[in-house]
Design a protein around this ligand. Structure first.
Ligand SMILES: Nc1ncnc2c1ncn2[C@@H]1O[C@H](COP(=O)(O)OP(=O)(O)OP(=O)(O)O)[C@@H](O)[C@H]1O
Length: 232
């Protein structure tokens, strides 16, 4: 099993104020949860080294692999806008033909779809394409930014199960960013809850759901958690 990535210190500041000041571990499958404006996207961007230039970053990481575009895969919020509409699918990811076909197989897509344009695929198929592209390299960490927001309930479930299966098969860490605890209880073993760029609570998903320590976590659970059974 790939070891954890420990974010020992992450601070993001503008000239005027501190936007994010947190520390957490990415172990197995971890969810970073917070409401709008809590600092989720900035945290992802800092791991991807894509922060806007007006922001200052201090990042101390302990990891047994280097964080780079070769070791990290990224699944954006909206598969419809993340692919170029005028380019065939096969030209939108950069690895050997055999690997593209193998990845399509892994994500449950017919390899004939490689020759199509994005507009010729369904939303669920496009989300699978985006997952295959994120796995082009043999990654050690997969970052997901609200990966199911653009999908209906049924496709959401299918895609989350696929990511869970791929993680077990290919043995990478995952960091799910979301505002919705409900969407990750089946797939994330650990959660990290942030508010206004600060850490509120972190730990095992089941334990936090059973016994949330902070009132903010209780609110988040009550607003999204509708007595759903969970399996971990
Ligand atoms: N380039 C920037 N310069 C100054 N402030 C910024 C910049 N980018 C983001 N912020 C501020 O930092 C805070 C956190 O933003 P961030 O985009 O990480 O939130 P988020 O949790 O991802 O929200 P959402 O769920 O709405 O995407 C917000 O208050 C935002 O206005």
């Amino acid at each position: 099993m790939t070891n954890a990535v420990e974010i020992k210190k992450l601070t993001i500041t503008t000239k005027e104020k501190k936007l994010v000041d947190i520390s957490f571990k990415i172990e197995e499958s971890t969810a970073l949860i917070g409401q709008s404006g809590s600092g989720k996207s900035l945290t992802l961007k800092s791991i991807l080294n894509l922060l806007p230039s007006n922001l200052e970053l201090k990042l101390e990481v302990d990891s047994d692999f280097e964080l780079s575009s070769k070791t990290i895969g990224f699944i954006p919020q909206n598969p419809f806008t993340s692919l170029s509409p005028m380019t065939k699918i096969k030209e939108q990811f950069f690895c050997q033909k055999e690997r593209k076909e193998k990845l399509f197989d892994l994500v449950g897509l017919d390899k004939k779809l490689l020759d199509r344009f994005p507009s010729q695929l369904s939303g669920g198929q496009l989300q699978r394409v985006v997952i295959a592209i994120a796995l082009s390299n043999e990654i050690k960490l997969l970052l997901l930014d609200e990966p199911t927001t653009a999908l209906d309930e049924n496709s959401k479930k299918v895609i989350l199960e696929l990511i869970y299966k791929l993680q077990k098969e290919l043995n990478f860490l995952t960091l799910f960013v979301t505002h919705d605890i409900n969407s990750i209880i089946d797939v994330c073993k650990n959660i990290v809850i942030i508010k206004d760029g600060e850490l509120i609570e972190k730990g095992n998903t089941i334990e936090i759901l059973k016994e949330p320590k902070s009132s903010y976590t209780k609110e988040l659970i009550n607003s999204t958690f509708n007595n759903k059974e969970f399996r971990k």
